[in-house]
Design a protein around this ligand. Structure first.
Ligand SMILES: [Zn+2]
Length: 383
């Protein structure tokens, strides 16, 4: 994600903080500081029990809330990892955290449990902090006790708010998983997405008339998220029905691992290619990209061999689905992948090839069944 910097890595998951979070931190510190002040006033606390400046307590509370959100996200991510999913990173934003799950655990049951793991963790954390608040009954510092009360309440709120069935929020994901058995994944996502958009409009109105800026931003993210995921799932269902064989460019050219980058540059120019498969002894060993050639200063390109800059690729066969091919290109940030059969290069496939295939498949489906080709007989089987 752009505009974010890494603060740590946990179990191989990079934890990033977005700059927007740094913008909201002083604002939260101020808001929480005010809460400490007014709580002390309301409870008529004598000054000797107020240790430390309220703003410092506010800042401490804001950081503790940030850690609570991180624990919520880690709960999602660790569950995904344990059930065979893949997580590319966790980013903390102004409005909360986002775990980027690049591969979901299989099946709606695991998806529902993965979504539930976050809010349940927040509710448990909330319970823990409220428990500490009760135990601190006789404490001399009013602020310390109030901090646990406030942090506990915030976590309970966080847990409950995320359970609202506003897709793509956690509760909405649980709803989608529950609907998947009956409707199939595409219809379930579209239904959950429509409900999510309804919630987004409601949040937007509440935010507008209540003057709650954060709620307005959440409304925006929920709306856009519902739209984007509905489209993605639709695309996934279409691309899962298309094989690489139908989209690839057969009998493609390639370069040898021993060629120089200068030769590659000439080939790319004459053949108008942004990437070329690399062969070593007849076998595909990787891909060389335009970006890799450009990174090398022009005077050095004559001495550098392709094998030194080739990027390793995973096996794509003619029977791989177009969705899997697109996923691997996205994950490896490659514009093109070689297609291999029995150890031999049989073609290449690019993102453009796949998008063109998608558009043609949509056209074909619309000729047969109307807009999206999802007539009653064409339900997706739950995955
Ligand atoms: Zn969550």
């Amino acid at each position: 994600m752009r505009g974010a910097f890494k603060i740590a890595t946990l179990r191989g998951i990079p934890i990033r903080v977005h700059y927007s979070f740094l913008l909201v931190l002083p604002f939260l510190a101020f808001l929480f500081g005010q809460a400490f002040r007014s709580a002390a006033l309301a409870a008529d606390i004598p000054p000797e029990r107020l240790i430390g400046h309220p703003m410092l307590w506010g800042l401490g509370l804001a950081v503790a809330l940030f850690l609570s959100v991180l624990i919520h996200e880690l709960a999602h991510s660790f569950y995904a990892l344990r059930k065979g999913g893949e997580v590319s990173d966790i980013t903390l934003l102004m409005i909360g955290g986002v775990s980027r799950i690049t591969r979901m655990p299989d099946g709606p049951r695991h998806e529902a449990l993965m979504a539930l793991a976050g809010p349940v963790t927040s509710l448990l954390l909330g319970g823990l902090f409220l428990g500490i608040y009760v135990l601190l009954e006789g404490a001399r510092s009013f602020n310390l006790r109030f901090a646990f009360f406030y942090l506990g309440s915030l976590n309970i709120f966080l847990g409950l708010f995320n359970l609202l069935p506003a897709f793509p929020m956690d509760g909405g994901r649980v709803l989608r998983a529950l609907l998947t058995g009956k409707l199939g994944r595409v219809r379930a996502t579209q239904t959950a997405g429509a409900i999510g958009k309804g919630f987004a409009l409601l949040f937007g109105l509440l935010g507008l008339f209540g003057g709650n800026f954060i709620l307005l931003i959440i409304a925006f993210f929920v709306f856009m998220g519902a739209e984007a995921e509905s489209r993605e799932v639709l695309m996934q269902s279409l691309l899962n029905r298309v094989l690489v064989r139908e989209l690839m460019v057969p009998r493609t050219s390639s370069v040898s691992a021993e060629d120089s980058l200068e030769e590659v540059a000439t080939r790319m120019q004459s053949e108008r290619r942004r990437a070329l498969p690399v062969l070593d002894g007849g076998r595909v060993v990787g891909v060389v990209t335009l970006a890799a050639v450009r990174q090398m200063p022009a005077p050095r390109r004559g001495q550098v061999r392709v094998r030194e800059v080739a990027l390793p690729v995973s096996e794509l066969t003619p029977r791989t689905t177009a969705w899997e091919a697109l996923r691997q290109m996205g994950q490896r940030r490659l514009p093109q992948l070689p297609v291999v059969e029995d150890g031999l290069l049989v073609g290449t496939v690019t993102q453009e090839d796949i998008m063109r295939g998608l558009e043609l498949r949509e056209l074909e489906d619309s000729q047969r069944h109307g807009p999206w080709g999802l007539g009653p007989g064409q339900r997706e089987s739950p995955t």
